[in-house]
Design a protein around this ligand. Structure first.
Ligand SMILES: Nc1ncnc2c1ncn2[C@@H]1O[C@H](COP(=O)(O)OP(=O)(O)OP(=O)(O)O)[C@@H](O)[C@H]1O
Length: 646
């Protein structure tokens, strides 16, 4: 009855998406790459394809291992070859021992005749054990290095791609799936060593069997084949399921993190969101469990079937041995050695198939990493290009158009403007009018699809982008609150410079963050992350003073402040605008994005954006003098709220 249920569960299709997933995320979260990867996994996990792909897989792993630690790799290789030779020698010596034991003569004579071979076999067993431990030690040295190398490869690429790649959903998924690649590369080392060991042992056993009786060789293969098929089948289902459920797992983790995170702590309690999310988590986790159960049932059945077939083949082999023995074509000593060789060989063949299969399964993840590497290289911020002038006399937007990939409407449409060096320029406009997008193009983070952005005479399309970034300091609405010390949070504005407490303190004094340095428990060395012991938390406004100190520390030619004062109290806000504007006195160009009309009225030029178009430009006075200007309307609306009028 139970078995029937198991059978039914094992062969049914994947559980449907949970109701909670629909409710929270608007539908089934599935790995988009899924179809391609799924089909590809099916093709690639066919036994013959797996065997054919073996040399390539091993080659790739060995290259990575050589790059990580060539000496350790050599040690592993030699130790494994040595073990293979020792095992073959061991089998042949066993044959000699058996021959001596089954020969005619007294027991003492037979034992004496068997003794030299017995001693040699013992020595070989010791050699084998020493080589195995050497191999284990070298593999242990190699594995973490390979994982580190692969992780660094992954992170370096991730940090070097264009911003639009990071915002592109398909690329992000590749980024997510490739994260398993480094651990998989590490696992491949162990599997490679295991497979190598298996090959040498089989060669030894097969050699001995061929000498004894060639008929036994195909029977050896017959014992191992069903187990190999079973292992492949299980791996195929596991990989397909993992790829298909990757987003569901991530979403369930996200929901559970939301219950415990500090940011959501208030709403979780006051709005009782905790209970709601917990129920959704339960629902999603149950769906995942159903999928896990389905996989486990399938695996149990497959392995049972494989074991039965393999057992039948083993019976056949021993029957063949019996026939050879009875018909006198093999003596008892040879039959004993053959039985031993069949056992060793079939165990090694099964292990080899499992290792090849592990190699293959892990290689699918390593290939995700390779695919990511290729995609990331294609989308990398190009190196080289024309150097940009340190203080360009102007930055020009010529008829610039930009549209985000998943949007119909352009975020910027035919924008032309000039920003003079050393001036203070403000960008205003309703939410979604394109201010932040314009700023990203200005900083070289996005490239226009139409028109040009020029730094002096240099088109940003041809400029050395890293050089452009060197000249820019950005403080945006969601600036990073690094979970590091106060000192590092300021110094990270220019991370390559050596520590300079004086410079950090000057930057802090500029923004008012020096008060934090004086009052926090460990001064500038206070960790600004509550999740760690001794960590402190800052208020939103205090964080903004840290952000501004970072902006100052960077000492860039072009300073961009996107909503820099939203969390500041009125006094701090006025002071903050004054300070940012004062940066232009040092010859820096300042671009300010803000909804606080009072704060930007002293800008040299104010640009007003509306639905991606530049609709007005001028000084505060000029724009206020135009009776029907959008700027005037926005300004008066805000002024009215304070009852101040113009
Ligand atoms: N990463 C993105 N992917 C897709 N669309 C985006 C992205 N960022 C912005 N947009 C869209 O581009 C348009 C302009 O957005 P942008 O952020 O530049 O406006 P904004 O003027 O800075 O708005 P706000 O005042 O609300 O910050 C909006 O319609 C927005 O939804």
């Amino acid at each position: 009855m139970r078995d029937k249920k198991l059978f039914r569960r094992a062969w049914r299709s994947e559980p449907p998406v949970s109701e909670s997933e629909r409710e929270l995320f608007g539908g089934a979260l599935r790995y988009d790459y899924g179809w391609a990867a799924h089909e590809y996994a099916r093709l690639d996990l066919k036994p013959l394809a797996a065997v054919r792909a073996l040399p390539r897989l091993v080659g790739g792993t060995l290259r990575l291992a050589r790059e990580s630690d060539g000496r350790a790799l050599l040690a592993v290789g030699l130790a494994e070859i040595g073990q293979g030779v020792a095992q073959a020698g061991g089998l042949l010596l066993t044959n000699q021992v058996l021959h001596a034991l089954f020969a005619a003569g007294t027991t003492t004579d037979r034992l004496r005749a068997a003794l030299p071979a017995l001693i040699a076999a013992g020595v070989l067993a010791v050699v084998n054990a020493v080589l195995a431990s050497l191999s284990t030690a070298a593999t242990g040295r190699l594995e973490p290095k390979v994982e580190r190398l692969a992780t660094e490869k992954y992170l370096r690429r991730a940090a070097g791609v264009e911003l639009d790649a990071i915002e592109d959903g398909a690329f992000r998924k590749l980024l997510d799936s490739a994260q398993f690649g480094a651990v998989a590369a590490r696992n491949m080392i162990g599997a490679c060593v295991g497979a190598l060991n298996g090959v040498f042992t089989i060669v030894a056993a097969a050699g001995v069997l061929t000498v004894l009786h060639p008929t036994l060789l195909p029977l050896l293969v017959l014992i191992a084949l069903p187990r190999g098929w079973g292992a492949m089948h299980v791996a195929q289902r596991r990989y397909a399921s993992r790829m298909n459920w990757i987003e569901h797992e991530r979403a369930a983790r996200l929901v559970s993190n939301l219950i415990t995170s500090r940011e959501s702590a208030q709403e979780v309690r006051v709005h009782q969101v905790g209970r709601y999310l917990l129920d959704r988590f339960h629902d999603m986790a149950e769906t995942s469990e159903a999928e896990q159960t389905r996989l486990a049932d399938g695996r149990a059945l497959t392995e049972l079937l494989a074991a039965a077939l393999s057992g039948a083949a083993a019976l056949l082999t021993y029957a063949a041995l019996g026939v050879l023995l009875v018909s006198g074509r093999m003596d008892i000593a040879m039959a004993g050695t053959a039985a031993l060789a069949v056992r060793t060989g079939s165990a090694s063949l099964s292990a080899l198939i499992t290792h090849v299969n592990t190699l293959h399964e892990e290689s699918l993840y390593v290939r995700d990493l390779d695919r990511f590497t290729v995609a990331a290289d294609r989308r990398a911020i190009p190196a080289g290009g024309t150097a940009v002038p340190d203080f360009p006399e102007k930055i020009t937007f010529e008829n610039v158009g930009f549209r985000y990939p998943d949007r119909e409407e352009p975020a910027l449409d035919g924008v032309s403007l000039t920003i003079a060096a050393g001036s203070v320029v403000a960008l205003v406009g309703a939410n979604g009018s394109g201010k932040s997008t314009l700023v990203k193009l200005l900083a070289g983070l996005h490239r226009p699809q139409d028109g040009r952005v020029l730094w002096g005479d240099t088109d940003l399309a041809e400029a050395d982008r890293l050089d452009v970034f060197r000249h820019v300091a950005v403080l945006d609405q969601d600036f990073q609150r690094w979970p590091f010390t106060l000192d590092t949070n300021i110094r990270i504005g220019q991370p390559d410079t050596p520590p300079d407490p004086g410079r950090v303190q000057r930057a802090a004094a500029y923004s008012g963050a020096d008060r934090l340095g004086d009052t926090l428990p460990r001064g500038y060395d206070t960790l600004l992350a509550r999740e760690f012991r001794h960590g402190s938390e800052l208020s939103g406004g205090q964080w903004q003073t840290v952000g501004q100190a970072r902006l100052r520390y960077r000492e860039a030619t072009l300073v961009i402040a996107d909503e820099p004062t939203s969390a500041l109290d009125p006094e701090a806000e006025v002071e903050s605008f004054r300070r940012i504007r004062a940066l232009s006195d040092e010859g820096r160009t300042v671009v300010l994005v803000s909804h606080r009309m009072a704060g930007i009225q002293s800008a040299d030029v104010i640009h007003v954006l509306h639905r991606g178009r530049l609709v007005e430009s001028g000084s505060h006075e000029e724009l206020m003098d135009r009776p029907d200007s959008r700027y005037r309307r926005m300004y008066l609306l805000q002024a009215e709220q304070y009852g101040t009028g113009t």
